[in-house]
Design a protein around this ligand. Structure first.
Ligand SMILES: NC(=O)C1=CN([C@@H]2O[C@H](COP(=O)(O)OP(=O)(O)OC[C@H]3O[C@@H](n4cnc5c(N)ncnc54)[C@H](OP(=O)(O)O)[C@@H]3O)[C@@H](O)[C@H]2O)C=CC1
Ligand SMILES: CC(=O)[C@@H](O)[C@H](O)COP(=O)(O)O
Ligand SMILES: [Mn+2]
Length: 381
């Protein structure tokens, strides 16, 4: 029985993780979880899985819940995230919280020796060097949940990493993949939230439309697989059936395929090195699909992807600045305070103005993160 701590249980990844935990009660026990503001879903998880500790965003929600569930421990805020991540009974942390707010709890869990199943890519982008060096120091596995990275991980199984020629991350192209840059000037939030293949949280769906999601994933692949950026390519693939590929020096290419269902990579990270049957999983029928499509990426069309490669190549605090600028700009777009194209304009300006510090420590990263968010908010006042 694996004992699990789960951050971001009420979100898209968190809720699918909850679904998997419920479908295999003989394998997994949820001991602690965090939610943000969604108290209805929080109550459902409590009632079905009876954890020992629950954290929510607001103190008042924790106080109210405690009255209804006196046998359960409640926490709140960023300290609550750390309490969940470091719960003494769990051996695995599933980090499905949104944004760089997941960084400190991830580091704390690593220092407790917990295996990390990570969906929270912003943490790996903003402080990948710290996360990976702590993971090495405490001999902790960092298992990918992101579909592309899970595909790469599975395609590397049993192979010699020194023989990898390149990693190829597939990209759907997002909500506006059939529109020109000119046509992006007047797109709405509703249009942007309409992803062609995946049903996901709002922030990552916008990231997918700007292609910053793929940029974050290029950096995530560099961090997780210790691969130089020259060996990480992006390939447009409309159907999201091939989840990513790895090419070897003998020209062989190994890929992982499947119908687009995030429960597959989530469950694989939980069951690794074993596999489990996926309850309700839809099998891939290639004959029925008939054709798969591929296209090279145009970096002028998808400028955010180019910015992410630039930040990755530079390394240092520009990664934190880029990520924080993106988080803040996407939030402003979702509130309809800026236009879609302003997201990448803001990120570019922040990166151009940034004084880069290489190999930053945690304090520096947290400082750059909060200052960047303030600067972005100031830009639209
Ligand atoms: N969705 C997907 O298919 C995929 C997502 N990912 C990555 O996984 C992560 C989660 O994405 P997704 O599930 O889509 O996001 P969602 O927005 O759906 O969920 C985010 C979760 O984090 C909680 N949360 C948000 N902000 C805070 C905060 N400040 N403090 C505490 N909790 C907070 C939310 O709580 P509440 O809702 O209760 O307020 C919710 O539980 C992201 O890093 C994303 O890039 C990676 C691959 C695929
Ligand atoms: C499901 C998943 O892993 C997302 O990160 C997905 O990759 C988004 O799709 P695109 O970024 O390829 O549009
Ligand atoms: Mn992905």
């Amino acid at each position: 029985m694996k004992k699990i701590s789960l951050l971001g249980a009420t979100g898209s990844i968190g809720w699918q993780t909850y679904d998997i935990l419920r479908s295999h009660p003989e394998k997994f026990k949820l001991v602690a979880f965090s939610a943000g503001a969604n108290i209805e879903k929080t109550r459902q998880i409590i009632e079905h899985l009876q954890p020992e500790l629950v954290s929510v965003k607001a103190e008042q929600d924790a106080i109210t819940l405690k009255k209804d569930y006196p046998h359960i421990e409640f926490a709140y805020g960023e300290k609550g995230l750390v309490d969940v991540a470091t719960h003494p009974d769990s051996t695995v942390l599933v980090n499905a919280v949104l944004g760089s707010v997941g960084l400190e709890s991830t580091l704390a869990a690593i220092r407790m020796g917990k295996t990390i199943a990570i969906a929270n890519k912003e943490t790996l982008v903003t402080a990948g060097h710290l996360v990976m060096s702590e993971a090495r120091k405490y001999n902790v596995p960092i298992l990918p949940v992101d579909s592309e990275h899970s595909a790469v991980f599975q395609s590397m199984n049993g192979e010699n990493p020194k023989q990898i020629e390149r990693i190829i991350l597939t990209a759907s192209g997002g909500s506006f993949r059939d529109q020109s840059r000119e046509e992006l000037k007047n797109v709405t939030v509703k249009d942007a939230l309409n992803h062609p293949n995946w049903s996901m949280g709002a922030k990552i769906t916008i990231d997918s439309a700007t292609m910053m999601n793929k940029g974050l994933e290029v950096i995530e692949a560099h961090v997780l697989f210790n691969m130089p950026f020259e060996k990480i390519d992006v390939l447009l693939h409309r159907e999201s059936i091939i989840h990513s590929l790895v090419e070897y020096d003998d020209t062989s290419v190994i890929a992982q395929l499947g119908t687009p269902d995030m429960r597959v990579p989530i469950q694989y990270a939980l069951s690794y090195p074993d596999r489990l049957p996926l309850v309700g999983g839809k099998r891939l029928n290639l004959a029925q699909i008939g054709q798969l499509h591929f296209k090279e990426v145009d970096f002028d069309r998808y400028r955010a992807l180019k910015l992410a490669y630039d930040a990755g190549q530079a390394g240092g605090t520009v990664l934190t600045a880029m990520n924080a600028a993106n988080e803040a700009a996407v939030a402003l777009f979702l509130q309809e305070k800026i236009t879609f194209l302003q997201i990448e304009e803001i990120i570019e300006q922040i990166m151009n103005d940034h004084n880069n510090i290489l190999l930053p420590d945690l304090e520096t990263i947290l400082h750059v993160d909060s200052e960047t968010r303030k600067t972005v908010e100031g830009m639209v006042k």
